[in-house]
Design a protein around this ligand. Structure first.
Ligand SMILES: [Zn+2]
Length: 121
């Protein structure tokens, strides 16, 4: 089970819409317990394929739990490149697919197994 704060998810979905048709990617963080309530956008990666991102160059630190990125198409399943990135970037990963709504957003663990996503206030 992955918990994400409603306001945080809304901001992520908006950023994904604004970035479309390019890919949006951010690191996910939590300031309170295990609820995802912050994200750090990685602007230098906009428009590049995830497979080209070098995980060792990301500002990855103890405060980040995982990642979120957008898919310009309707499929929210992780690609092979996504799975490699998941393993390098933490334990919880969200993918939001077009049209970037709660219904088109999925959560996965580092191995790519789908997790239930719950929105909290
Ligand atoms: Zn992807």
């Amino acid at each position: 089970m992955v918990k994400v704060k409603r306001g945080t998810l809304k901001a992520i979905l908006e950023a994904a819409r604004n970035t479309y048709p390019r890919e949006f990617i951010a690191l996910l963080g939590s300031t309170k317990g295990r609820v995802l309530d912050e994200f750090i956008v990685l602007p230098s990666t906009f428009g590049e394929s995830l497979s080209s991102i070098r995980a060792d160059l990301l500002p990855y630190n103890a405060g980040s739990i995982g990642s979120v990125h957008s898919h310009p198409g309707p499929n929210a399943r992780p690609s092979k490149a996504d799975l490699a990135m998941f393993r390098a970037m933490g334990e919880i990963h969200l993918i939001t697919a077009y049209p970037f709504s709660l219904e088109s957003t999925r959560a996965y663990d580092a191995a790519g197994k789908e997790l239930e996503l719950e929105v909290v206030e």
